[in-house]
Design a protein around this ligand. Structure first.
Ligand SMILES: [Zn+2]
Length: 310
């Protein structure tokens, strides 16, 4: 589950095994969590103030990770077994957001970066949601825009769930276009969630119906071409929200309406990667969702394929 996430470690260890010597860790000892000014590019002042307050941030974490059920019982969290206080989680997430911002900027130079973290695409202007506290994707893009390093960007979201936070945060921003391919049903989870910012459309939404996996790759390719034909200019940066949760072995019950095989997952990733590479667009990939013991193998097979070709 999201709170016990070892996907990055497993992927890193596996890469080290095959590419001994050429895999190096980035020194993050000087990294600082995302700052107030960076958060305010995307989130409301009241939400940001809460996140930066030790006590109020705990309430925001509980809300975002649904740590209590509707009857007030602990859910996914056992305070007796916790290794650190919930207030530390906010700081850890803001530090992970620094990783996203760093990686998106690095992709300008390297052309292709895969960050083993990040992709908090459900985070809205005023609150965190669906295990996503802050929208590191849009923050990373706005960082580059506010320092005049890029003008426009795309977000290509191939997670099983709709990138609803990203869509709502960029809905009136013509400089960021979004494509989301996702399960037709299953998000928002709660049918009773009614109207809200999570209903706002992406620039291009591609819902995949139950048992329509055989149409997934074709629809994704058509969506990419449509995004290109509808854009005045090609983007100067693309962030790929590369959730592994469309995988048939994903363990999150709500993702069982989309079940791509491991080969289809690799085809998905290579389709997006090659589309952007052929157009010489810098791309930064983020892990986003992926649950259970097998999800790390999706990142592993894709990164290894690229490294073997390099
Ligand atoms: Zn997801």
């Amino acid at each position: 589950m999201p709170l016990r996430d070892d996907r990055s470690e497993k992927t890193y260890e596996s890469l080290c095994k095959e590419f001994e010597g050429s895999v190096k860790l980035t020194d993050i000892s000087n990294w600082k969590p995302l700052t107030k000014a960076e958060l305010l590019q995307v989130h409301s002042e009241s939400f940001v103030n809460d996140l930066l307050d030790e006590e109020r941030s705990v309430a925001r974490i509980i809300e975002c990770y649904e740590l209590f059920d509707s009857e007030g019982r602990p859910n996914r969290y056992d305070s007796d077994e916790a290794s650190k206080p919930l207030s530390q989680m906010t700081k850890d997430i803001l530090l992970q957001g620094r990783g996203t911002a760093f990686s998106i900027e690095l992709a300008l130079k390297e052309r292709m970066v895969f960050f083993l973290g990040g992709g908090m695409h459900h985070a809205m202007e005023d609150f965190g949601r669906g295990f996503c506290l802050v929208n590191d994707i849009v923050i990373g893009i706005r960082n580059l825009q506010s320092t005049n390093k890029i003008k426009n960007a795309w977000v290509i979201d191939i997670d099983a769930h709709k990138g609803d936070g990203t869509a709502s945060l960029t809905t009136s921003d013509a400089s960021i276009s979004t494509l989301s391919i996702h399960m037709e049903k299953g998000w928002p989870l709660d049918v009773g969630s009614g109207e809200g910012p999570w209903r706002l459309p992406s620039t291009i939404d591609i819902p995949i119906g139950y048992k329509e996996e055989d149409q997934y790759l074709e629809k994704l390719e058509m969506g990419l071409k449509k995004l290109e034909s509808e854009s005045k200019d090609l983007p100067e940066m693309v962030v790929v929200v590369a959730g592994a949760d469309p995988f048939e072995k994903d363990a999150l019950p709500s993702t069982n309406k989309l079940n791509l095989t491991k080969d289809q997952m690799l085809e998905r990733d290579l389709l997006v990667y090659n589309f952007l590479k052929e157009r010489n667009i810098p791309q930064c990939w983020l892990m986003a969702g992926g649950y259970g013991p097998d999800s790390w193998t999706i990142y592993d097979q894709f990164i290894k394929t690229l490294m073997r070709e390099a």
